[in-house]
Design a protein around this ligand. Sequence first.
Ligand code: 6PG
Length: 230
Amino acid sequence: MTPEIIYCDDFVAEATTYILQQGRRALRQKGAFRLALCGGNTPRPVYEALATDPKAMDWSKVWMTFGDERCVPPDDDESNYRMAREAMLDKLPLDPDQVLRIAGEKDPDQAAREYETRLKKLAQQAGDNWYRHDLLLLGMGDDGHTASLFPNSPALSEMERWVVANYVDKFKSHRITMTYPLINRATRVCFMVNGADKKRRFEQIISGDRQFPSARVTPLSGNVTWLVRF
Ligand code: 6PG
């Protein structure tokens, strides 16, 4: 499937509109919106914009997961959960069980297995073999990583597990990440890339250069959209 590329003028406004449109579509079609959040710096202003109008969508039917998490407590400056909580989650009418936090404070392998078990239970409750995100947000690092699927890291070859602890050599630490099997079962994946410094890497990935992990996000029956501003 050829990816959809949207070159944004106003990145935050266009990304916010896009996410709301996808959410409303899922709510219309399924009565629920399964959204996976990504971490890093790019999404923060988008999350803040999403939280400005709590009535923009029926948030009571939105389930939020995280594509990855650092191995830190939820109140750590590095925590993706903390970033999302401060930017958006605390400002929206959400019940606690609507947000599935990855327990970065726990042993990485234990946290990954627990998260995977939670997702499998939700999938089974929905009568499905897989937890299928309606919209899975991803960032892209300048090395071409996405989620915490970094070049030359063990998780790139994981084809069974849904969530794993992945040792990232450049950080000399583990991260917890969704794997390609789970990511590629999303109905729609949306990369959000904002910054001229990433244009060259984006072009390599769009051309299909599989040395970069982002290029291996190929949903089995879903679509990929790139919201980019360089
Ligand atoms: C993380 C993210 C990671 C991020 C990219 C881009 O935990 O950091 O999951 O994959 O999306 O590194 O980060 P920026 O948006 O900060 O460039």
